[in-house]
Design a protein around this ligand. Structure first.
Ligand code: PLP
Length: 281
């Protein structure tokens, strides 16, 4: 397998990151995960736009143009013969003697690689179990930063309880999942946290909002309370890798009757059409 390393392709075992890479030492960088369906990157443009926004928010200049990066990612997918899987891409502020402030004249480090991954059809079909957890992350969750310790801690807590995701809440309000956005359905209305500094502006979240608009469904972008979460008719999470996944329990309490709800099912169908596959399979 080849890795995109700066601007060239290298075998994986030859790609080495320095011990003073700022991504490694400070989490000083950003990343993207892009889904590949049938050999084609899904929603590539929005991912690149978000990448650009993340880099500009942390005052990091990409070492080459976004257009060049796009071309290199396409080559990477082709070179690795990836049909169904993910592209992981990260950009760190580069390598420099350890010092918190930005280094001068340091070239940011681009690394990207691919991994094969089938669609998570079992989870999509059956739904997942979740826990709630206080959102202890920083106040710029809109930046797709390499600092994922808060998310890692929450996800592990969920795993320790035999669950797949942690639904985070701040001041009694649902923000998002540890690596997903969260949607509630109540009386036919979709409710999800507004795209502000407290959540990642998920690409899949945006696709779902577009699909909801096409279906003429009412949507409220607002922070729902924890009580509303427990009283919701349906709950689902979204992300690049989990698509539209039904949540069937939260803290051991079933969501409605414990089965994926009809609006979640309808969105899954619309999503499958959007990515060009007929159904969950
Ligand atoms: N929220 C968080 C905290 C995430 O880490 C992710 C994805 O990794 C998402 C939401 C979903 O974003 P996307 O749909 O762009 O994958």
């Amino acid at each position: 397998m080849e890795i995109l390393f700066d601007e060239t392709f290298t075998p994986r075992d030859q790609a080495k990151v320095d011990i003073e890479d700022r991504g490694y030492q400070f989490g000083d960088g950003i990343y993207e995960v892009i889904r590949v369906y049938g050999g084609k990157m899904f929603c590539l443009e929005p991912h690149l736009q978000r990448l650009q926004r993340s880099t500009s928010e942390i005052r990091l200049q990409l070492p080459y143009s976004l257009e060049r990066l796009k071309q290199l990612l396409q080559e990477l997918v082709q070179n690795n013969h990836l049909t169904d899987g993910n592209v992981y891409l990260q950009v760190s502020r580069g390598t420099a003697p350890r010092n918190h402030k930005f280094p001068e004249n340091t070239r940011p480090m681009v690394v990207a690689y691919t991994m094969e991954a089938p669609r998570p059809v079992k989870m999509l079909d059956e739904g997942i179990h979740t826990i709630t957890d206080p959102d202890i992350r920083w106040l710029r969750c809109d930046i797709k930063s390499l600092n994922l310790l808060g998310a890692v801690m929450s996800k592990q807590k969920a795993a320790d309880r035999g669950c797949e995701e942690a639904i985070l809440h701040r001041d009694g309000r649902v923000t998002e999942g540890s690596s997903t956005n969260v949607f509630l359905v109540k009386d036919g209305t979709l409710i999800t946290h507004p795209a502000d500094h407290l959540i990642l502006h998920g690409i899949t979240r945006q696709v779902v909002l577009e699909l909801a608009a096409e279906l003429n469904w009412p949507v409220e972008e607002r922070a729902a309370s924890i009580e509303e979460l427990f009283r919701a008719d349906e709950v689902f999470i979204t992300s690049t890798t989990t698509e539209v996944t039904p949540v069937i329990s939260i803290d051991g309490r079933t969501v409605s009757d414990g089965k994926p709800g009809p609006m979640t099912r309808r969105l899954q169908k619309a999503f499958a059409e959007r990515i060009g596959v007929g159904s969950l399979q």
